[in-house]
Design a protein around this ligand. Structure first.
Ligand code: NAG
Ligand code: NAG
Ligand code: NAG
Ligand code: NAG
Length: 370
């Protein structure tokens, strides 16, 4: 009797472990499996909550085919040949089996189709975040966004909701390529007081998303899709990968695309009076961002402005900031001093990578550390 119970328990555990969502596109995350013709009204409006395989929908949802026209505009789809449009108060939802307690980043691509301030509310109960879409960062019109959550249960529902209500119910963002990646809590590497200083740990890159992944500012108590780092202020930073961009070190880096409207921040434990050295790389991601860039770094009462002449074709230089800690906790901050724009009118800026922090000097006669 006891043995049977143990066996059943083991089987149950094995099943649960097998079912946990894996890194990459969600099932039908690129919406290539579509509704039956009979589940569509007026050609594209989805009828019924379960018409799109693997997804549950509500509100005015349209199933979009690449090349479909909206007025004069040709709708182009980045992942496969189909996407969905979330019209008035529309949402898509998918249930995910997850590891309870683990952190995940969701990545998806979205495009605005009407010239108005659209926004999306992404949620995994009880957490949610509103991603504003008023700034478009890529010339294709498609941007990818990341949002992170901690799984409070073994099964959660991911919901992407357009809370807007417009005169034209069909106005609303297109969504495509919904993916997930488990985030590993960052650890301290040897000889670096910063965690994830090379930005190697972060959200999933969609294979065809040559425009990087926007990491929006953290709202209080939010989890960051870039472990150990927070995005402060009001605008996003852009996470870039070596497959599509030039990256100073490793496979990933951060492009500061929002001037002083965004800051990349990490808080570390320090000892007041001790001196620390912050080293980092400043470069450009070879995305055609040309100009005289200035990356700034701040810590305690010190700051450094790092000029970098960008030809927009890749390259970087190294910089250093020495500072004396004035408290137990010190915030290390990176920012772009100015806005930059590519010839296509999209925002861009300097790339930060390979950041490290080491103890430089302990005050003489007060050697407390071995
Ligand atoms: C279909 O189109 C007709 C005519 O434009 C419109 O009255 C109706 O509301 C549309 N149905 C849906 C579900 O959008
Ligand atoms: C990625 O883009 C290429 C070239 O445009 C296209 O052939 C391919 O089908 C796309 N892949 C996906 C998954 O959409
Ligand atoms: C976002 O969605 C969540 C979950 O549905 C909801 O609790 C929250 O109030 C929404 N926030 C906004 C600003 O709409
Ligand atoms: C530093 O930490 C110690 C111990 O946690 C605390 O007693 C002290 O008040 C802190 N000092 C400052 C300046 O935050």
């Amino acid at each position: 009797m006891g043995r049977v119970a143990v066996l059943v328990l083991l089987l149950a555990c094995a099943c649960a472990a097998d079912a946990v969502v894996t890194d990459g596109l969600l099932p039908n995350g690129n919406f290539e499996e579509g509704p039956a013709r009979s589940d569509m009204v007026n050609g594209s409006v989805v009828r019924g909550a379960n018409a799109i395989p693997r997804w549950e929908t509500s509100g005015f949802v349209e199933y979009i085919e690449s090349g479909q026209k909206q007025g004069d505009m040709l709708l182009v789809v980045p992942h496969g040949a189909h996407a969905v449009r979330l019209g008035n108060d529309a949402s898509i939802r998918q249930r995910l089996a997850v590891a309870r307690g683990a952190y995940y980043a969701v990545t998806f691509s979205a495009a605005r189709t009407c010239a108005q301030a659209e926004r999306l509310n992404v949620s995994v109960s009880p957490e949610w975040g509103v991603l504003p879409m008023q700034t478009i960062y890529s010339s294709s019109g498609w941007d990818s966004y990341a949002w992170a959550f901690q799984a409070k249960l073994d099964e959660v529902a991911l919901v992407i909701h357009n809370p807007g209500v417009e005169e034209d119910p069909a106005c609303g963002p297109l969504i495509d390529g919904v993916a997930i990646r488990a985030l590993y809590p960052p650890t301290l590497g040897k000889g670096n007081m910063l965690k994830n200083g090379g930005f190697e740990e972060g959200p999933y890159f969609l294979p065809n998303a040559s425009w990087g992944v926007l990491v929006p500012p953290n709202i209080e108590d939010d989890h960051s899709p870039l472990p150990a780092w927070m995005i402060m202020s009001s605008k996003a930073v852009k996470y870039v990968d070596s497959e599509h961009f030039a990256v100073p070190q490793g496979a990933r880096a951060v492009e500061l695309v929002s001037g002083k409207e965004s800051a990349l921040v990490q808080e570390v434990s320090t000892v007041p009076g001790w001196t620390y050295r912050l080293s980092f790389a400043v470069g450009d991601s070879a995305d055609g961002c040309v100009g005289s860039m200035v990356a700034e770094a701040y810590a305690a009462r010190a700051s450094v402005k790092v000029p970098y002449e960008s030809k927009g074709s890749g390259g970087y230089k190294r910089a250093v900031l020495d500072f004396a800690a004035i408290s137990n906790r010190t915030r290390v901050v990176f920012q772009s001093a100015v806005y930059h724009m590519k010839s296509d009118g999209t925002l861009c800026g300097p790339v930060i990578d390979d950041a490290s922090l080491v103890l430089h000097k302990q005050p003489a006669g007060r050697r407390l550390l071995p």
